[in-house]
Design a protein around this ligand. Structure first.
Ligand SMILES: C[S@@+](CC[C@H](N)C(=O)[O-])C[C@H]1O[C@@H](n2cnc3c(N)ncnc32)[C@H](O)[C@@H]1O
Length: 221
């Protein structure tokens, strides 16, 4: 196992994190034990963050002890790996609007005490600010398939992310337009972020996800 970022490991071209809930799988992933430590394989076709790492993300702002606000938690696939990375001193708040995915997500949170599930609309940050009170968020992560993805991200950054905090935004071109070229959409959406962020890196997620990019950015204002 080679540690490529704190808490993220690579072996034979595959990615792994240390299992925070030993013996438990979240989405049928492979478990691997080495020198008494259990690792979970992190599937680049199931997680856009894993795809971004595989495609050359140069800074991973999520580390042991990080406080993460995650919009678009779904069933907790990516969040479970974030839970592995941040460990017991970290906290991740997972927001999703769908009651259907929340049921599975809550069962994951019961096994992982560093994740808090929040059933709310990410476009209304004022509705869930109360759950984050007293926590200084370091990283805002968003993966919601919505037309106004950039606006939702900016709104949450204004509410919760201090200056110098990091953002990771997965942009899904086809939620914004079926007609326009994906590259044009990525440029337009990334340009919107300049109001609050310095863009550090933009990573295309092909071949793992078609017409998606991950934007890594740092809050400047
Ligand atoms: C592509 S899935 C996220 C996958 C997840 N990030 C992962 O990697 O494990 C998008 C999720 O965004 C959620 N979503 C869409 N619009 C939302 C909104 N306005 N507020 C909160 N969640 C939303 C959907 O319910 C869905 O679960």
């Amino acid at each position: 196992m080679q540690e490529i970022f704190p808490g993220v490991f690579a072996k034979e071209k595959m990615l792994f994190t240390k299992n925070f809930a030993p013996g438990k799988r979240v989405y049928g992933e492979r478990l691997l034990s080495e020198s008494g430590v259990e690792y979970r394989q992190w599937d680049t076709f199931r997680s856009k963050l894993a795809a971004a790492i595989k495609n050359g993300l140069d800074t991973l702002p999520i580390k042991a002890g990080s406080k993460v606000l995650y919009l678009g938690a779904a069933e907790g696939t990516t969040l479970s790996h974030i839970s592995d990375i941040i460990g017991e001193k970290g906290a991740a708040f997972g927001v999703d609007v769908s009651e259907r995915v929340m049921r599975k997500f809550i069962s994951i949170c019961e096994e992982r005490k560093n994740i808090v599930p929040i059933l709310e609309d990410a476009a209304k940050p004022w509705a869930y600010g109360k759950y984050l009170e007293g926590t200084r968020i370091n990283v805002l992560y968003q993966d919601v398939s919505q037309r106004d993805q950039a606006e939702i991200f900016l709104k949450n950054a204004e509410y919760f992310l201090p200056k110098g905090g990091w953002g990771l935004l997965a942009i899904k071109a086809r939620s914004i337009s079926q007609r326009k070229k994906a590259q044009d959409i990525f440029e337009e959406e990334t340009a919107k972020l300049a109001r609050l962020f310095i863009i550090r890196q933009v990573i295309n997620l092909a071949p793992f996800e078609k017409d998606h990019t991950m934007v890594l950015c740092e809050k400047s204002g």
